[in-house]
Write a protein of this length. Structure first.
Lengths: 97, 480
């Protein structure tokens, strides 16, 4: 394995992803991430001079909607997905700006 | 000798686009609906839902870019900006980082004190708005309304080209005017359809290098922007003078307390891990599409100014005010088209309209009376059906409630009495009742006639034509 993931990196990635890993899981994640990076590094062996960066695998572009209202009030169903509900709003843990 | 400082300011301006539906779903963007009544699985970030781009968003963004001299990015795409916050149900905001739709533009500004310069635009990108968080005082919890989640925004990022609050205001006013003319947004700062974040640093005059900048948020009026710039400039200069460092951070401006405070510390600085959104395919903008949007651009304020001067021969100052906002210019043009008298229309706008706007605190974009009603009013004055003081009274009603002046004058019996016999009779009574004024007038006091005209108008309950009153009064007095 050419890539090595440090403890600091795995801690930081965990914070960003809001994941709490135990020591065993951390070691596994370090190994998995390093393998993924090794795999990606193989791309570096190719000569990509003059190749446009690709953001999508399908040869499709310009998929649009017209600006027409198609949805009505479905708040009753939508709010069924809420962790809690009050006054037709999603009730969530207190959050500050 | 005290050091001289220069303020360096760049702006990030968010503008809510005037589309009927959200950027990625067919939910309404109407303002003020009951909470969550304009939501669906897409704009509440439900797993498995897929966004589909609203074509009108691309067209508005292109229109604003072309009007601000930008290059259009003909191959552009959307990226995900990842962060956790309850107003953002997907845990990412769909935005544009790598290939924003517009780049390298500029806006020409002129400040009140006459500074002319070009403010460069770094880029304009399309993105979605977040939901609205309300803090529940009773349950120690927060409530979220996702009606605004997915409303289309463009973010206009300027280069750090501004040097004073005055330049910032001129830039924002120019942007707002341009975007309103395009019909791409109503740009109301109070309602949040235009929002500005100010990036500001100070440096000693003559220095090349920029100082450390801070970003200020929560600026929802031109007044707040002006105060925040002055306040932040002084705060940074004080720090430097004391030998302390300015910390790069985001600060929130409190306009009531007239001070700013840091929003989040450097320790939890955001790492957004942008990457291309796999749910949305790339956008290819052809030359033909750009040409079509260009061809559909309406006449903008600078061209209007030139045309008004040639076509209507109005004073420059009046033209400046009328073309200043699209709403004013539209009312002017439509009223003039009906009544054919640009001078009179301009007088009503520059006089009574501006007076009432000032009195009632109405912004030009909120003017809501119909041109037909103003044209009818002008016609009634022209035909001497009502006198000018009645006309002003009726106009107040048109301005406030857009009443039909013809029906209103009829109903309230405000028509000028054109019955010469009745008028003459009233005048004779007034003359008989005021021998002192008659004697004064006869004695050479020209002013005395004013009092008699006033008494007559009062007796006629204001419904006489002052010109006719004057004329008949002089005849009657001559016979005394």
């Amino acid at each position: 394995m050419a890539n090595v993931i440090s403890d600091e990196t795995i801690e930081y990635v965990g914070i960003l992803a809001k994941l709490e890993l135990n020591d065993e899981e951390k070691e596994q994640a370090k190994k998995d991430l390093a393998e993924m990076l090794d795999y990606i590094d193989e791309l570096g062996e190719l000569d990509t001079t003059g190749v446009e960066p690709m953001s999508h695998v399908f040869p499709v572009n310009n998929v649009f909607r017209e600006d027409v209202v198609t949805n009505g009030d479905d708040s009753e169903n939508i709010l069924k997905n809420a962790p809690g509900e009050k006054d037709n709003m999603f009730l969530v843990p207190k959050t500050f700006d | 000798m005290a050091k001289e400082y220069e303020t360096v300011i760049g702006l990030e301006v968010h503008v809510e686009l005037a589309t009927k539906t959200k950027i990625f779903c067919g939910c309404s963007t109407a303002f003020g609906g009951a909470p969550n009544t304009h939501t669906c699985p897409v704009c509440t970030g439900m797993p498995g839902s897929l966004p589909v781009l609203n074509k009108q968003v691309v067209e508005y963004a292109m229109a604003v870019g072309l009007a601000t001299n930008c290059d259009i990015t003909q191959n552009c795409k959307f990226d995900r900006k990842n962060y956790f916050y309850p107003d953002n149900p997907q845990n990412y905001q769909i935005s544009q980082l790598y290939l924003p739709i517009c780049r390298n533009g500029h806006v020409d500004i002129e400040t009140e004190s006459g500074v002319k310069k070009a403010v460069r635009i770094h880029e304009i990108h399309m993105e979605e708005d977040a939901g609205k968080l309300v803090h529940d005082e009773w349950e120690d919890a927060s409530l979220v309304d996702y009606n605004r989640s997915g409303v289309p925004l463009i973010e206009i990022v300027s280069e750090p080209d501004m040097r004073s609050a005055e330049e910032v205001i001129a830039y924002l006013e120019k942007l707002r005017q341009t975007i309103q003319y395009l019909g791409a947004s109503d740009c109301k700062l109070q309602e949040g359809s235009m929002r500005a974040d100010v990036n500001l640093s100070v440096r000693e005059v003559g220095t090349e290098k920029f100082g450390t900048r801070t970003e200020m948020k929560n600026l929802n009026s031109f007044r707040a922007i002006q105060h925040a710039i002055e306040g932040e400039k002084n705060r940074q200069i004080d720090l430097i003078e004391e030998g302390k460092a300015v910390v790069q951070e985001t600060r929130r401006w409190d306009d009531n307390k007239a001070e700013s405070y840091p929003m989040r510390s450097k320790e939890d600085a955001q790492d957004y891990r942008y990457f291309p959104d796999p749910d949305l395919v790339p956008i290819h903008i052809s030359d033909e599409w750009i040409e079509r949007v260009k061809a559909a651009q309406p006449e903008m304020a600078p061209e209007k100014k030139i045309r008004y001067k040639e076509e209507f021969d109005l004073p420059d100052y009046d033209i400046g005010i009328i073309t200043g906002t699209k709403q004013m210019a539209d009312i002017f043009e439509e009223t003039t088209a009906i009544c054919g008298n640009p001078k009179k229309v301009s007088n009503w706008l520059m006089g009574e309209t501006l007076r009432l706007m000032k009195e009632t605190g109405t912004d030009p974009e909120d003017l809501s009376f119909s041109p037909k009603h103003l044209a009818d009013l002008i016609a009634m004055v022209d035909k001497k059906e009502i006198n000018s003081s009645v006309a002003k009274e009726v106009f107040e009603k048109i301005f406030a409630e857009d009443i039909d002046p013809v029906a209103y004058v009829d109903e309230k019996g405000l028509k000028t009495v054109n019955d010469e016999g009745a008028l003459r009779k009233t005048i004779e009574e007034i003359v008989a009742a005021n021998p002192q004024s008659v004697a004064d007038f006869k004695g050479g006091k020209e002013k005395a006639i004013g009092f008699l005209v006033g008494q007559t108008m009062k007796a006629m309950k204001g419904k006489a034509d002052p010109g006719s009153v004057n004329e008949i009064l002089r005849e009657v007095l001559a016979q005394q």
